[in-house]
Design a protein around this ligand. Structure first.
Ligand code: GLP
Length: 276
């Protein structure tokens, strides 16, 4: 944590609770579009997973209707399965092209992601580390693993980590198996941006939807900042917004009314927005 220098103490995390997935995606789109419109040359840190799909669909719809310009935008992705080339249908590079870039007219030269097929993993991590230094992100979008991971930084990852290769947690392989024909096809390793680099983004937007994220949301915001819950590091970021739907905040809300130490740290801003 000493890495963060003056960011020692916990800053406020803004939490927006929405009725459902649709509304979560809507609010997230407002924030992303705000960044793009304010700076047409913005660097967007992007994420994969099912959670951001609604947001991506809204960005594409807006681009078609309102012509929001992405021609000078650059993107940086969080992670990629090790061993999968970018042409592989299960690769995150392919996912991004299919679900966002093609719809926004973003060409490959504007995008960055780890090369899953790289022979020399160490050199690939070093390449990505250098690239991240050159491209400070205006916003970093994140999903949340059900075990509290962010990108592929599994529980126990040092907060000071840079780009590295991870052995995926058993629960992550299981969670992600739904997107593969068979669990045996899920890669066991991945490249991921490190936690230190996630924290370097100017702004962080983390999305969570559904009951399966309720425990991770609770652990993330209840205040214990620990490497056992990678997402808890976000409490140290000066500008982090969590948008979560009702079901993802069930445990958080259930515990809000109890007289435990958590209660004192939750302040109601306005309806459905709490700041921890
Ligand atoms: C994956 C990805 C993460 C993602 C998370 C949640 O393992 N590496 O970046 O945020 O799982 O996925 P989903 O949004 O599908 O629940």
């Amino acid at each position: 944590i000493s890495l963060y220098g003056s960011f020692y103490e916990a800053h406020a995390m803004k939490i927006i609770i929405t009725k459902n997935y649709e509304e979560m995606s809507e609010r997230a789109a407002e924030i992303m579009l705000g960044v793009v419109k304010q700076n047409p040359k913005a660097v967007l840190g992007l994420a994969t997973g099912t959670t951001p799909l609604g947001l991506y669909a809204k960005m594409i719809a807006d681009h078609k209707e309102n012509g929001t310009d992405y021609s000078q935008i650059r993107t940086v992705n969080l992670d990629e399965y090790k061993g999968l080339p970018k042409t592989h249908e299960q690769s995150y590079a392919y996912f991004m092209k299919k679900n966002l870039f093609d719809g926004l007219g973003i060409i490959p030269e504007q995008t960055n992601i780890e090369n899953g097929a790289a022979r020399d993993a160490e050199a690939e991590c070093a390449r990505y580390d250098a690239l991240l230094e050159e491209l400070p992100r205006d916003i970093q979008l994140l999903g949340l693993g059900s075990n509290g991971h962010i990108a592929f930084n599994e529980p126990g990852t040092p907060f000071g980590s840079g780009t590295h290769v991870v052995e995926l947690a058993e629960s992550t392989v299981k969670d992600n198996a739904r997107l593969f024909k068979d669990i045996s096809e899920v890669p066991q390793k991945a490249f991921t941006m490190g936690i230190r680099q996630i924290m370097q983004a100017k702004k962080i937007l983390i999305l969570a939807s559904g009951e399966s994220k309720s425990d991770a949301v609770y652990k993330m915001v209840k205040g214990e900042i620990t490497e056992k819950v990678p997402a808890s590091v976000l409490l140290l970021h000066p500008d982090c917004i969590l948008i979560a739907d009702e079901s993802a905040t069930r445990k958080l809300k259930a515990n809000q009314s109890r007289q435990d130490s958590f209660v004192g740290r939750v302040v109601c801003d306005k309806k459905d927005t709490i700041t921890v």
